[in-house]
Design a protein around this ligand. Structure first.
Ligand SMILES: [Fe+2]
Length: 407
């Protein structure tokens, strides 16, 4: 009996200790998100203990003189209603607007005596100005243990990246708080400093009590993504324009399971591709148009969306899901399709004619340099070796000349 009491007491103590972090009054899980116009706006989301009902974001142009903090403007955050009785936390978000392009700002979030550090970030520049972005495939498993090295190495290779694409399956169980904790801990200040472009994978979905597959309860409270997509797909289907490239997120899980939300995305996508003033277009979604596995064949996605990607000359299609690496085109023209994986979960590959480069059992990150006339794409292993490289050069007819850069 005594042993039971002691172990019960130890358990209770451990439980409280484990909860100390979650209930901290100081904000955590601070993430910058892409906005519709990252040259003028920036959106930040964070978490506090549930007892905090009012939280603030402060922003100032960053200067080397630390007295810049006196110039900061304070804004009251939007606060989201708690979504789980078992989680005594609250999420807050704020979108800074009226920013100057290509400018380094510093922000912090908090309230009272409890504030985050000041995070520096740069707004996007203007169309035509060169920039880089990072693309990461599935994190999903052993996220803190082994995905951390992927996002950290990617960041150290491209610390001035304008955004980081996370191509779905950020976690394994979309409603698992511990897995999200790992995702935030692995990325740490990188999440807070470079806007993330998150697209949901099948693992961000769960079956609710009504038997419907719906996005994770964490998704919308913990991210603040553009709401310029079709109704019913807010913050999973959206676009952002960065320095002459249109980035589009589609929700491929809904394409797989819902006729209505497939049709809505198809109509919307055609519209944002047709009315696109940017020279370049990059689309991300989780399930691949051209799978690397014979067991996966995403026919609904391919039949309904590939014709649009071809018609509107999309340049890059960045995907995940298959836990392998493959890059290629479906013919001599058309988009370059990439499947990649950043976390440690791996599977075998089924080689197919469309693949120009393949890989298995290799954690990877990608850095893409965008210039007015060329896109230069490089995939690296998490230990820093160049794994794949190609360049796209835009021709007068809008088609791209592809140059393989790997010997
Ligand atoms: Fe997946």
């Amino acid at each position: 009996m005594m042993r039971f009491i002691i172990s019960g007491w130890l358990l209770a103590t451990c439980f409280l200790q484990c909860e100390v972090h979650a209930q901290s009054l100081r904000p955590d899980r601070i993430v910058l998100n892409v906005t519709a116009d990252p040259s003028r706006t920036a959106a930040v989301t964070w978490r506090t203990a549930q007892s905090i009902t009012t939280s603030y974001a402060e922003l100032a142009p960053a200067t080397a003189d630390p007295r810049f903090t006196a110039q900061a403007t304070q804004y009251k955050a939007e606060t989201t209603a708690p979504f789980a009785d078992s989680l005594p936390v609250r999420y807050h978000h704020f979108t800074f607007s009226g920013l100057q392009p290509n400018t380094v700002y510093a922000y912090r979030v908090g309230q009272g005596e409890e504030w985050s550090e000041w995070f520096q970030f740069s707004t996007a520049g203007l169309p035509g100005e060169p920039f880089s972005f990072i693309y990461l495939g599935d994190a999903q498993a052993n996220i803190l243990s082994l995905w951390s090295r992927a996002i950290r190495k990617a960041w150290s290779s491209a610390p001035d990246a304008r955004l980081i694409i996370h191509a779905g399956d950020l976690v394994h169980k979309g409603n698992n708080n511990n897995q999200w904790q790992q995702w935030f801990e692995a990325g740490s200040f990188i999440h807070s400093s470079i806007p993330g472009m998150m697209t949901p994978g099948n693992h961000e979905y769960y079956e609710n009590t009504a038997g419907q597959d719906v996005p994770s309860v964490f998704w919308r409270p913990q991210f603040t993504l553009p709401e310029n997509g079709p109704a019913g797909l807010e913050e999973t289907v959206y676009y952002t324009d960065v320095q002459g490239m249109r980035f589009i997120s589609l929700n491929s899980e809904e394409i797989r399971i819902s006729d209505t939300l497939l049709a809505r995305q198809q109509t919307w996508l055609e519209d944002v591709l047709k009315n696109n003033p940017n020279r370049w277009t990059c689309i991300t979604f989780h399930h691949p148009v051209l799978s690397t596995s014979k067991k996966h064949d995403n026919t609904r996605l391919r039949e309904n969306f590939k014709p649009l990607l071809d018609k509107y000359k999309v340049d890059l299609v960045l995907q995940g899901h298959d836990h392998t690496y493959a890059r290629g085109r479906s013919g001599n023209t058309g988009p370059v399709y990439v499947v990649s994986v950043s976390g440690p979960k791996m599977t075998e590959i089924s080689s197919q004619p469309w693949m120009a480069r393949t890989g298995t059992y290799t954690q990877l990150y990608q850095i893409v340099d965008v210039k007015p006339k060329t896109i230069s794409y490089r995939a690296y292993t998490v230990t820093g070796e160049l794994f794949d490289a190609f360049e796209l050069e835009k021709q007068a007819n809008g088609e791209n000349l592809l140059k393989n850069k790997m010997k």
